[in-house]
Ligand binder design. Structure first.
Ligand SMILES: O=P(O)(O)OP(=O)(O)OP(=O)(O)OC[C@H]1O[C@@H](n2cnc3c(O)ncnc32)[C@H](O)[C@@H]1O
Ligand SMILES: [Mg+2]
Length: 308
């Protein structure tokens, strides 16, 4: 039976398999992880029962914590544990078992994102860290070429970035093409968001141009409606790419507010909270942003796509 376990960073599903006595840990992409098989897993789990844990956060400490949650559930006994260099198991105040453990995660993987934008990269790093992935971007590979964003749509540009870099490296690669779409400007700057004030424009120059464009045409807040858009593409050798998107509704402020984030963040007002994206912490922005929503959509499809 599928059961939801509340866990530090996220909800986790665990399954008890009657027919098989095995501990299998998977990340949310359905990929099996190598985990340290502490003997405690076998010693205390009822011999006739197997266990399958679908873990999102897969550091050994989390695996152990999750294991004990499930163990208590399945046996109905109040097993306690404490963990430092040594894992100690207690039942009703009596020490039952001690075992030396290493809490160093052995299971982290690396994903290359085809971007040179460090603002995006920071956000992806935080989001993917919970999924057991370390992130690299193109600034880590100076030998890789610039990919010209010649497309007319977010999808075309994200495909260009992901597929070109995947072909060159032979690796699975994620790309993000994103931008700000302002209603009264007919969806501009859109795919031209990074170059709104000209090729290699700074964030400050782009923001100044946006305020200038809206100064005469859009005085009232309803006229300043806008959304952030992200299209994500994952490309891998021999596969047709996976494409998803995410949007974040809001409006454009009349003066910049806040110091966090990047790009148009000081001018983009979140519809829900009235704060600009630059007035949010990275963690707050990562709960609601276009990029976060696109990643949620990606995670729904990624496991199935990987199996194809
Ligand atoms: O192409 P890469 O190397 O990924 O980096 P880039 O900065 O050129 O990225 P895009 O081509 O996707 O252009 C998107 C622009 O839209 C803006 N943008 C996208 N997401 C944003 C966000 O979360 N906050 C603020 N501005 C954002 C920002 O100015 C980006 O430069
Ligand atoms: Mg770009």
């Amino acid at each position: 039976m599928k059961k939801l376990y509340k866990h530090q960073t996220t909800d986790i599903f665990a399954y008890v398999l009657e027919e098989q006595r095995a501990l299998v840990i998977e990340n949310i992409f359905g990929e099996q992880l190598e985990i340290p098989l502490y003997s405690v897993f076998f010693k205390y789990f009822p011999a006739e029962k197997g266990l399958k844990i679908v873990a999102v956060d897969e550091t050994p400490a989390d695996v152990i914590d999750l294991f004990f949650q499930v163990l208590r559930d399945v046996t109905g006994l109040a097993y306690q544990y404490s963990i430092g260099q040594v894992l100690t198991v207690e039942l009703e105040g009596q020490v039952l078992h001690t075992e030396t453990v290493s809490l160093q995660s052995k299971t982290r993987k690396t994903l290359l994102i085809a971007t040179r934008n460090e603002g995006k990269t920071r956000e992806f790093k935080a989001m993917f860290s919970q999924l057991g992935y370390d992130i690299k971007n193109l600034n880590d590979f100076p030998e890789l070429p610039e990919v010209a964003e010649t497309g007319m749509t977010f999808e075309e540009n994200a495909r260009l970035k992901a597929e070109t870099i995947s072909e060159l490296t032979g690796e699975m690669v994620l790309a993000d093409d994103s931008g700000l779409m302002v209603d009264v400007l007919g969806g501009l700057p859109g795919v031209w968001s990074a170059r709104f004030a000209g090729e290699h424009a700074t964030d400050a120059a782009n923001n100044a141009k946006l305020l200038h464009e809206l100064a005469s045409t859009a005085v009232s807040p309803e006229k300043r409606k806008a959304k952030f858009h992200t299209t994500l593409v994952v490309a891998a050798p021999g596969k047709s790419s996976l494409v998803v998107e995410g949007e974040w509704p809001g409006s454009i402020a009349t003066i910049p507010r806040g110091d966090d984030g990047f790009g148009y963040d000081p001018l983009f007002v979140d519809e829900e909270t009235g704060r600009t994206a630059a007035q949010m912490t990275l963690e707050q922005k990562n709960k609601v942003s276009h990029r976060a929503r696109a990643l949620q959509n990606l995670l729904k499809e990624w496991p199935e796509w990987l199996r194809q």
